[in-house]
Design a binder for this molecule. Sequence first.
Ligand code: 13P
Length: 253
Amino acid sequence: MRKKIIAGNWKMNKTITEALDLVRALTLGLKDVKDVDIVVCPVFTALHSVHQAIDGSNIMLGAQNLFWEEKGAFTGEISAPMLKDTHCEYVIIGHSERRTIFKETNEQVNRKIKAALKAGLLPIVCVGERLEERENNRTFDVIKDHVHGALEGLSADNLANIIIAYEPVWAIGTGRTATPAQAQEVHAFIRGLIRDAFGADAGQRLRIQYGGSVTPENIASLSAQPDIDGALVGGASLKAESFIQLVKLSSST
Ligand code: 13P
């Protein structure tokens, strides 16, 4: 049985003060939840303060990106060991906003995943098709390309420390969620790719989150699907009430 994992991707939102207000409410509201892994991913500047606020609670810390080198002349970048230094346990890699706006490639995503694993961080690897790709029946080709590109050179053991997030680009921030059936179809496909490449155990163990307009209204039907193991949540993770509700609804399924 795979434990569900709900992660809040705050994207470029919240000052330190705002972040602390939110996580204080979350630690109170979620303190009794045991059967779901709960992660918040604030901006870099809030990681240290948020860590102090959630330390000792059941909420874990994640970052939204990293650079693959450990240190050196890379102005503006943050490395995996630096994220460990702020007590991050997770890191989102290859989000569609990074692929689109910052032109991240599969190769770069792959290097970032390897750097994260080397530092002992658990990467949440994002994959997903754009609307025109879905409309042209290219969804499975794109997913295959993202998954194989991201995981190139990794071992079955590595897979035990990786989470994949299926985030159809057309569902992100649009209010247009994939239906549970649409999401399940792609999740099952991803699990099959992992099984083929890394063996039955790795496929069975892998946790696959869904992301894209997840709300308290749709989380239960999504997480009831056999291959959906939680969610990567944007907008609805920015308010304590909706994130608390969402985590609790995912745990009851
Ligand atoms: P929304 O939940 O706002 O659609 O964002 C999803 C997302 O991109 C999470 O990484």
